[in-house]
Design a protein around this ligand. Sequence first.
Ligand code: FAD
Ligand code: UDP
Length: 356
Amino acid sequence: MGSGLFGATCAYELSKKFKCLVIDKRSHIGGNCYTENLDGIHIHRYGAHIFHTSDKEIWEWVNQFAEFRQFVNSPIANFNGELYSLPFNMWTFHQLWGVKTPEEAKAKIESQKFKGTITNLEEQARSMVGDDIYFKLIKGYTEKQWGKKCTELPASIIKRLPVRFTWDNNYFNDKYQGIPIGGYTQIFEKLLNGIEVQLETDFFEKRDYYESIANKIIYTGPIDEFFDFEYGKLEYRSLKWENTYMHTESFQGHPVVNYTDDETPYTRIIEHKYFDNQNQKRTYVSKEFPCDYTGDNEPYYPIRDEVNSEMYRKYKELGETSSKYIFGGRLGTYMYYDMHQVIGQALSTVKKLIQI
Ligand code: FAD
Ligand code: UDP
């Protein structure tokens, strides 16, 4: 169930041996990777999606379905009108402090870094890059994104970001990185080619029926919802986008600009044309606003703090007692997974299933 990356990868691989049916409650395939072609601009409907991995097998697997354009993600941070390079590297340190060498940058960070035992995101961030960067580039952005204080968030979230003492603005450390030429949706079209797909179909409306026709069901929705919130509601963060199609050639001249102050209500502005073909006369931009998950909007980010992780552990145990269901993907396993990790999880799930 679910035509997102986990469901579609499993369906593609399993359909080589078994009959598969894919259902999705949305009106399109692709889940959060979905892109839409608007006059040649491939709109990343659910936020900027940049594929990156260090796993050759996964990179080769995904390249079967599209040609990837070489793309290096390097968002710019805007803090109250001051612009900085991301991730934190010599350019950022130079823009902030005027330093020119790694030694000078390290000394500056050393003089202001947090040196105690790390128990939360704030302490982790201050120990990685010191207070100036924490207050200008991390605190506001993070608290808007997650709707919680940095002192209440797990340190693991910020560990995703590299800190480099070189002049390198590449946001990721991975060996392979790119964006499919022509967008992501074509990948899903190929993955699901020849497989029956029912859109605008909610699994819970006909759960008994699906159980009666299937030997195995792969579930990629929120695991707490599946178990009718038996142990309570897991927390998620949602997002809203404000989209504008502009009759100008360029708005910000860059695919992603992060707004890191705490007053601007959005976290980033995406200019989609820079992900793909850049020759259009017009441009399309999306402002990304984080918001609470209410149950009526989409749960984009699992909030994996201690309380939620403990609750998820119980749901996971419950899930393991079922021989019919397999839970996978960002929501089914409550993990802040990137695309390559979801593909990896799906391919190993398929291997296990084929052995059964
Ligand atoms: P989803 O894409 O959420 O798919 C789950 C599907 O299940 C959905 O289509 C949903 O409609 C369907 N479903 C749920 N419940 C039901 C139900 N009851 N009945 C029927 N269908 C149901 N990853 C990267 O690698 N690089 C990036 O740059 C990147 N940027 C991101 C930016 C944002 C804003 C977000 C939110 C995510 C980003 N990701 C990125 C992560 C990436 O989107 C995920 O790793 C991937 O899409 C997860 O795939 P999935 O199949 O687990 O989940
Ligand atoms: N982050 C930040 N400032 C930025 C960008 C990221 O503080 O300008 C932190 C923030 O805590 C965020 C985390 O790094 O939650 C991970 O950011 P990433 O861009 O990887 O998030 P995603 O793309 O998954 O939304």
